[in-house]
Design a protein around this ligand. Sequence first.
Ligand code: PGA
Length: 261
Amino acid sequence: MTRKKLIAGNWKMHGSLQQNEIFFKDLLSMSENLSKKYNDFYNHLELSLFVPSLYLFQAQNFLANSAISFGTQNVSNQAENGAFTGEISAKMLKDFAAKYTIIGHSERRQLLGETDEFIAEKFFILQQNDIIPILCIGETQKEYEESRGIAVILQQLNAIFANPKFDKNNANFVIAYEPIWAIGSGLAATPEQVQTTHLAIRKRLQELNADLAEKVKILYGGSVKPENSKQLLNLPNVDGALIGGASLKANSFLAIAESIF
Ligand code: PGA
């Protein structure tokens, strides 16, 4: 089975109504050109944008009639709407047709103290609402230097897989391996390191269920840019990329997408 590549742009806390409009218009026209250039373009990949929640409505307005999906970078850990000031529920994201939501990004783990348990609550709430979680995992520089990277990410995965709510027959989730030292540093992990880690993740999925392991996409994130994407995206077990900085301009985002061809 070949897994379609997922090319996902994580805008983080960037954008404005005006900038986004320019982006979406560029994205729509440039992606249309690409889909003419490669006539089976969307059989090979899916483009997806992760906007600040406030701009989800705008993303929906521009992208709902296109092949490009969209979602947000966070969701509340509360299943039902209620007295949770400042939070945004999965039901609200669903209202605006979010297909995916990023959870467990290292910036939220490190800056906002999100724990594996808290992230697991979000994971299951998203699945219950038919929104596909993109679960970010990754080791720190220190853990990497101490050769503990794989042990750390397996532990982060176990917070989901060992949870009684985990259904090993439900392949509706995506894993994004993002070494923390590679995020925003300009220095991506080497192809060898990405390959080793993705293989370890795939093996862990195989232990759970062979069918799950066939279906679940494993993305790489951390300083992916047009200059290194061809090398990274064509490795075995790399099913796409989670792109921060280089997703803020339609041309660099799409140059990364084009590198899979
Ligand atoms: P970066 O961010 O591409 O700017 O390194 C990736 C991410 O944090 O998802």
